[in-house]
Design a protein around this ligand. Structure first.
Ligand code: AKB
Length: 316
């Protein structure tokens, strides 16, 4: 039987587009999508799909064995804003799901893991501009703590048990297919939807809050390229810094206004402002660029054009 890929959390914002891309690369039948429910029916009906609770070790193990899974992409997680509301649930899901796949790899059931980390590993004591690959990481959110601890465990399992686990510190990801849920960077997706559908947006971050961001196509490209890179190119087994663009709510608003001049914005910062304030404004990803050749394609205006074109088609 040929080896296969399992995506856990396939119905989420990144999982949805990652599933499509991996199926293009490796064939529909070789990529098993899974999630805790069937909330994305297009995805559920587009190829092999299993309902799996990422916290259930036996469910993950049985699926890996039944399909002869070789590689797992673990995309299930509670993000920064939701994690602050449900700290124990975030710890439970984010840590136990990681241990399950690390232990399956340690035991030889699977061979390779992709696990996403995040800029949330950084905190107020981290240098905010061009944040280096190796720097102070004192996160102040539960989500950030799970990602920072997860990175340590990934490196530990690689060093001690030879587990081939690879990871990226994703910035905020912007896309027009599945909506993000429960993140602090979600405003940068909502703003496009509101611009197209309502012509105005009330932003939950202040106008000058600069954060690292990336268009989904770049995030998917980075993920597949990292996983395809030969082992000797992977020098970081915690998680790679990854960067594309940084902008503020004011700058994304101005970019949208070039195409929708009547668009208006107001600012009403909420609890997510403190989370955003604890994160860097830009990231130094030279290690990823040097090690496995990472390059981004989308700047702010190119992303805005792509987002508006696609969202306008959905409205028509
Ligand atoms: C969030 O805002 O929580 C996520 C992230 C930066 O990891 N998008």
């Amino acid at each position: 039987m040929s080896s296969k890929i399992l995506i856990i959390g396939a119905c989420g914002q990144i999982g949805t587009e990652l599933t499509t891309r991996l199926r293009e690369l490796y064939g529909v039948e070789n990529v098993i999508a899974s999630d805790i429910n069937t909330r994305n029916l297009d995805l559920v009906n587009s190829g092999p799909f299993e309902i799996i609770d990422a916290k259930n070790f036996n469910a993950v193990k049985d699926c890996c064995k039944n399909y002869n899974i070789d590689t797992v992409y673990l995309m299930a997680a509670l993000l920064s804003a939701t994690g602050e509301k449900y700290p124990m649930e975030a710890w439970d899901l984010n840590m136990n799901s990681l241990f399950h796949v690390l232990n399956l790899a340690k035991g030889g059931t699977i061979k390779k893991i992709f696990w996403p980390s995040s800029i949330a590993v950084f905190g107020p004591t981290t240098p905010t501009e061009n944040t280096p690959q190796h720097t102070t990481c004192e996160p102040t959110t539960v989500y950030g703590i799970t990602k920072q601890v997860g990175e340590r465990w990934c490196e530990y399992y690689h060093e001690k048990y030879g587990v081939d686990v690879r990871s990226i510190r994703y910035p905020g990801i912007i896309s027009h297919k599945a909506m993000p849920g429960g993140g602090t960077t979600d405003y940068a997706v909502e703003i496009y939807h509101k611009a197209v559908k309502e012509g105005s947006y009330e932003c939950f971050l202040s106008e000058h809050t600069e954060l690292p961001m990336m268009f989904m196509d770049d995030a998917i490209k980075a993920t597949t390229e990292l996983m395809q890179a030969s082992t000797e190119k992977i020098n970081i087994r915690s998680a790679y810094n990854l960067s594309a663009i940084s902008f503020t709510p004011q700058q994304i608003f101005e970019s949208i206004k070039k195409y929708i001049p009547e668009f208006t914005i107001t600012y009403k910062p909420d609890f997510r402002q403190a989370i955003a304030d604890s994160w860097p404004s830009s990231i130094d990803d030279s290690t990823a660029r040097n090690d496995w050749g990472w390059q981004h394609d989308f700047d702010l205006d190119k992303m805005t054009q792509e987002m508006l074109e696609n969202l306008q088609k959905q409205v028509c």
